[in-house]
Design a protein around this ligand. Structure first.
Ligand code: PMP
Length: 405
């Protein structure tokens, strides 16, 4: 991997912040976009833009082809069996809401159970809470230990004959833990329970094969995968998606509309009401091609190198504690330094041009587990360097000195 060459693909990495070279370590919140993605979207806006599907004219066909080609790219990326198992949404949040509502309407009744984990992002908790409230169902929580590892051996004991679905993230956005998804799926399936995997933090780091996992639903966002905002994916098994009712109504998702009763379109369109976000879908397709060109194996190996380097350096700082010390981790480091509020740390690092995230990272239950209000989170991408990690290390030391009285 030629990091210098890769960095040139990301115009924003050449920017200065407060007069300093930008060090962008907020990749778990969103990744930056390469010119290949930006250019592809601009090309469509300049040359081919027109609303898609059923248009008879040239531009409409070009945009439709772009959108459907992007669907094909996503299908290959996660190795889905069928193209129509790929539903475009606005992002992970909308994908979870779609499944929670539609799945619950079809399969969840009073007294049934949904299991989520203690380390979920709010977007994989609140939609389930809402439907559980509506259906008078019960939400159960699979806990994690102080290293940030799920207690997967408790899962089987939590499942009853009322359990309908387990919704769990592949990688925690605040702890970096890589969860043993295959094991979770196998335990759930052995008891006839479906599984939704939130891959918002994993598709950009690890190769996912939905057929190998035999996962029922997989959700992720484009913007964390070097693609645009406002586009995301729901993968669902064909038989489940066919049995589930539509979630949103409108154009595109219908076959025939009559006041006496409307019939619905086939997959994937049944779940894509309204004008699709086709230009962003095309951008997502370009982003996946970009990532695949570098190769997820190369990306993972390099990011693991960055993680090991940063973990060693940051651990050597007096009073610095890392939250999330699982054996299997991705390139995310959440930390606190004794006596320094995470907002102060984040704001002072920002003055040095270093972008980190501070707060709860939309995982308040994780913070409650550790009895803290938030952390500083540095998250690395393949375009980051060891020199940038040195800058973070030196920056943290500088902040520590400011706080010594
Ligand atoms: N799940 C996880 C694990 C995440 O990290 C995020 C984004 N921080 C989401 C879900 C929600 O993604 P989005 O805001 O793009 O819908």
């Amino acid at each position: 991997m030629d990091i210098n060459k890769i960095r040139k693909d990301f115009p924003i990495l050449q920017e200065k912040v407060h007069g300093k070279d930008l060090v962008y370590f907020d990749n778990a919140a969103t990744t930056q976009k390469p010119t290949q993605v930006i250019d592809e979207m601009v090309k469509y806006y300049y040359k081919y833009n027109s609303n898609i599907h059923r248009g008879v004219h040239y531009l409409s066909n070009k945009s439709t082809d772009g959108n459907e080609n992007a669907r094909k790219i996503v299908q290959n990326f996660i190795n889905a069996e069928h193209l129509h198992e790929i539903i475009f949404t606005r992002g992970t949040t909308e994908s979870v809401n779609l499944v929670a509502n539609s799945f619950a309407d079809r399969y969840i009744g009073e007294g049934d159970e949904v299991i989520v984990s203690e380390m979920e992002h709010h977007s994989n908790i609140v939609p389930w809470q809402l439907v559980c409230e509506k259906k008078k169902a019960v939400l159960k929580v699979l806990p994690f230990n102080d290293n940030g590892e799920l207690l997967v051996d408790q899962l089987d004991g939590m499942i009853t004959d009322r359990t309908k679905i387990v919704a769990v993230n592949h990688i925690s956005n605040s702890l970096g833990t890589i969860n043993p998804i295959q094991e979770i799926i196998d335990i759930a399936h052995a008891r006839g329970v479906k599984v939704l995997v939130d891959a918002a933090q994993s598709v950009q780091h690890l190769k996912i094969n939905v057929q190998e996992w035999d996962v029922d639903f997989l959700v992720f966002s484009g913007h964390k995968l070097y693609g645009p905002t406002g586009i995301g994916v729901l993968y669902g098994k064909e038989n489940l998606l066919n049995e589930m009712p539509p979630w949103q109504g409108g154009g595109e998702m219908i076959k025939e509309v009559r006041f006496e009763g409307t019939t619905y379109n086939e997959l994937p369109f049944k779940f894509e009401a309204g004008t699709p976000n086709y230009i962003d879908a095309i951008g997502l397709g370009a982003a996946i091609e970009y990532v695949e060109n570098i190769g997820l194996d190369n990306i993972d190996a390099y990011e693991q190198e960055l993680l090991a380097y940063a973990t060693e350096k940051l651990s050597s700082i007096d009073g610095l504690k890392i939250y999330g010390t699982a054996e299997h981790k991705t390139s995310v480091i959440s930390f606190l330094v004794d006596g320094i509020h995470f907002y102060d740390m984040g704001m002072l690092l920002d003055q040095m041009g270093i972008a980190v995230r501070t707060g709860t990272h939309c995982t308040e239950p994780v913070m409650q587990h550790f009895g803290i209000d938030g952390t500083v989170r540095a998250s690395f991408s393949f375009y980051n360097t060891k020199e940038e990690i040195d800058a973070l290390y030196n920056g943290i030391l500088k902040v520590c000195k400011m706080f010594v009285h």
